[in-house]
Write a protein that binds this ligand. Sequence first.
Ligand code: 26V
Length: 760
Amino acid sequence: MTISEKLQAILDEAGAGTIEQAEGRALYEALLRLTAGLLDGRPRLRGEKRLYYVSAEFLIGKLLSNNLINLGIRGEVEEALRKAGRSLAEIEEYEPEPALGNGGLGRLAACYLDSAATLGLPCDGVGLCYHYGLFRQRFEELKQREYPDVWRDRPGWLRETGVRFSVPFPDFSLEAVLYELPVSGYGGGCGALRLFDAATADGSIVKDGIGFDKADIARNITLFLYPDDSDEAGRLLRVYQQYFMVSAAAQLILKELKDAGYSPESLPAHAVIQINDTHPSLIIPELIRLLMTEGMEIGDAIEVVSETCAYTNHTILAEALEKWPVDSLEKAVPHLMPIIRELDARVQAASPEIAGKIAIIDGNDLVHMARMDIHYGFSVNGVAALHTRILEETELADFYALYPEKFNNKTNGITFRRWLMQANPRLSDFITGLIGDGWKRDGNFEKLADFAEDRAVLERLLAVKAENKRELAVYLAEKAGVEVSPDSIYDIQIKRMHQYKRQQMNALWVIWKYLEIKAGRLPKRPVTVLFGAKAAPAYTLAKDTIHLILCLQKLINGDPDVSPWLKVVMVENYNVTWAEKLIPACDISEQISLASKEASGTGNMKFMLNGAVTLGTLDGANVEISELVGEENIFLFGKKSEEVIRLYATEGYRSADFYDGDPEIERLVDFVISKQLIRIGDPENLARVYKDLVCKDWFMTLLDLREYIEVKERMLDAYEDRLHWAKMALLNIAHAGFFSSDRAVAQYNEEIWHLTPQKL
Ligand code: 26V
């Protein structure tokens, strides 16, 4: 049977009419069934040793297109639909995007599952099946409002498995129900994303946006990712949630070990657990506890667990390194506390002279999750060369001195199947036309560099970008109700909203450009500045920055003098689906974090792969990007990480010095509370942004602002030499191969996991 015939047969069964006439929703459901059926027929990757990638987030995005690509039938399906006057894009609109993640760490986990399945590595993701994810973002009165992100109400890929475990808490226990999502690799194999929900979870308790009773653990435990932890009840809920995840995960791992006929002592030979940031760290004491209930001595259990667990650090921001009060742990997981105390006592006894610095439980009765991972895991890795170096030399120097052999770097990667083949079919075909399609497996684009002086190739590359920009303009008009000119320069910053990422610096540039245009100094070509970001609900300044950007959007887009030259668009509810639309159309990739603060970044890699040119600081993986493409193919600015680290150490930065000492900076910052903006926005929110910039500016926006403006101007000028720009874009693509998640996962496997790739 052809694909068309199979699809028609499913539609007939549902009485949904022909492919031509079926409603979009019915067609989506039919294609879902067809594709899920084909995936079911694939061999599940098995082996002597499995990887359990435990993570609070898996930002997997929609799966239909990706699965069709990985099954090798996307072309066929598109052709069948086209013949019937339908399109995959139309059908995908009906697919809900799973609300299972928040940012880079979650998307990284999704890319790694794709690559592990592609490389034939027996690997599962293990996490929680949130009902509503982080939240769905809406803009109301130019402010972020949070609502439940409902995604499980429509047919999708999620299946209940029938496997259940009981998770013990002090006065009650909760039933963990295991769901699975298939993870297809490109080519043969299939892994799984295994997600636990609580049998008692109940979304109907959510009222007024994302409000709910924080004490009602049985009902609320799996509703949201990262529930607000700014109060005591919230912190307790986080601990309950993390323990629920890891207890179920640990029980699953031990059950599979037993089912395969292996003894508990042999765990390290048959399982490796990658702890993705500290959210799953309680798996260490929980596994020790479970092994002890099997009759193992504590010393042996500690050894077994330490040989099984590896830890990835994704941040050096002190406030993001989790530390839970002993009190909270005593309330939520008292049965783990004797084990945690014992773990702490052992490390303190082993290094009495530095006990204070490396203790798991500090003098303030806070339990440091990362420290537990480092002492009791066999590997600690950072996610970009610079990040790992800073961990070793600065943030975790005491631990590096204790265990130099545990530390290693694994520079992040992204899957080219989703971020090029799926998101940017035009560029993907163009590349294949030039160098063949070997890159889909080996990630090697180097041969593109041979075309760097080829005028015809460069012009076609520009034409591909222009077409993608037109497509985005149509999409923006439809989804966001804004008109943007495809001839303008698309300047894009999409990532979580955080002060260290410095969206506020980009906003100050927007103000600068606005004032320039008002003063009659017009740019050579219009610029469209696009933002996408969610702010954590309790992060006031991040939400204020969203408000500032939305106020600028209203002011600028509504000003007939300015809007022909400058547009600002902040897309609502930024997610993977938005990223797939925005990235292929981007000219300028904004990667402007304060040097030393962005562990790696992965959006930077996606933009580069799609032929955007980076405007960035020497932070995270930007450093490696610049080494690969050469300084002539990237626009760098700002203070270097050593200087920034020194400024923190010496308390040498005062934003007021920059504000008072530079009238230009003063003018831009003052504009935040100008009459024009106050008329549009909320004075309280705007004043907070202003005040923070002048009085605190912890992430040193004003330090780098002048240079940012200068370099961005140079970049806009450079854009006018279209062929030279195309050459830069081409060379960025040519050197993106290193950032394939296949490379990253292969390195994890060779140096940490040691799994045997299965023949596919
Ligand atoms: C973030 C948030 C934000 C919402 C409120 C609660 C909460 C809790 C924890 C975190 C930590 C997120 C850690 C993270 O996503 N790190 C990112 O990891 C990427 C993959 O390694 C890396 O590229 C980014 O630089 C790093 O920020």
